[in-house]
Design a protein. Structure first.
Length: 216
């Protein structure tokens, strides 16, 4: 397999500025939309599944340090594609990137990686949760709140409650949005629990509004 330095995305000059503007000009872009990016990276990501784990982690790290935002997306896609190969050791290594070049797009994409790992290794969910819970960085705590977003029967309600209540009074928009999102999604499966939780806790207006979407 070629070195990571040989991997390049081919974007459009016309898309660079609009994509940067959408992200409030926090990042520069190659100028390539998600479907085309995934197509261009497909072979490279498939080949990554045969890399030794240490080389894989190094490759993910090198991609993540590139300037253009799309390379962070490729690094996260590569992580997700290899999640079945990871142990908690590799997962812990990957958490460092949540706090690098942080914005909602990358953080929520990383959440999918960690959420999938939680589903694959339910016996390690508590250890995984501990990597994010009560973290100094609010983006890490956003993942603690959203870690079980795709779970239904297997969702640990006590774990979700702990994550939410720790940040109950946090004014950060992305935390309050996450609280509402997590409760709203679980409300599709267990509306009664969410209804009682919302009624029993002094949540923000934003979190309450979001959480109540599917309540009966």
């Amino acid at each position: 397999m070629g070195k990571v330095t040989e991997f390049k995305l081919n974007g459009s000059v016309e898309l660079k500025a609009p994509m940067a503007a959408y992200m409030k000009n926090k990042f520069s872009f190659v100028g390539i939309k998600a479907p085309a990016r995934k197509q261009q990276a497909k072979e490279y990501i498939n080949l990554s599944k045969k890399m030794p784990l240490q080389e894989l982690l190094q490759t993910i790290g090198e991609l993540y340090q590139r300037t253009e935002r799309e390379y962070q997306y490729v690094a996260i896609d590569m992580s997700f594609a290899n999640v079945r190969r990871f142990s908690l050791v590799e997962i812990r290594n990957l958490t460092q990137y949540v706090t690098q070049k942080s914005w909602w797009d990358s953080v929520d994409a990383w959440r999918k990686v960690f959420g999938k790992y939680a589903q694959l290794h339910p016996n390690e969910k508590q250890q995984l949760f501990a990597l994010f819970y009560k973290h100094d960085d609010f983006w890490m705590r956003r993942i603690a709140i959203l870690l079980q977003l795709l779970e239904k029967e297997t969702l640990d309600k006590e774990m979700l409650a702990l994550a939410i209540l720790y940040d109950q009074q946090t004014e950060e928009f992305f935390i309050q949005k996450a609280i509402g999102w997590a409760l709203r999604n679980y409300g599709k499966f267990d509306s009664q629990w969410v209804k009682y939780f919302v009624a029993g806790h002094d949540l923000s207006k934003l979190a309450t509004r979001e959480a109540s979407v599917y309540l009966k």
